[in-house]
Design a protein around this ligand. Structure first.
Ligand SMILES: [Zn+2]
Ligand SMILES: [Zn+2]
Length: 106
């Protein structure tokens, strides 16, 4: 884990946010569920990745709209591919993907 994120991931604010979010999703992987697969989610992923610039911004790092509960396989998929997908958030908190999406499957 990169240094700037360490204190965030260890913070009580994140721990309670993560637990409450996972509970709200009934502990199931959201991506698998979309495909009709019921599987426990184990990782709360940030759609907008945590960076040194946004790690102090609760609207990003503690925003449920920026979170996704996923299983390990889905999480690996989310972070695989040629480089990370890049995102921006507009003033209404909507997430925009910059650049071409990663091709799905093969
Ligand atoms: Zn999954
Ligand atoms: Zn992630």
């Amino acid at each position: 884990m990169r240094e700037f994120a360490r204190s965030f991931y260890n913070s009580p604010a994140w721990k309670s946010c993560r637990m409450a979010y996972a509970k709200s999703r009934r502990g199931l992987c959201e991506r698998c569920l979309e495909r009709g697969i019921v599987r426990p989610g184990v990782i709360v992923h940030h759609l907008v990745h945590v960076t040194p610039e946004n790690v102090g911004d609760p609207d990003v790092v503690l925003n449920w709209g920026n979170l996704q509960l996923v299983c390990r396989d889905c999480h690996a998929e989310l972070h695989s591919g040629r480089g990370d997908r890049r995102y921006t958030i507009d003033e209404f908190g909507r997430v925009d993907v910059i650049g071409p999406p990663i091709a799905k499957g093969s």
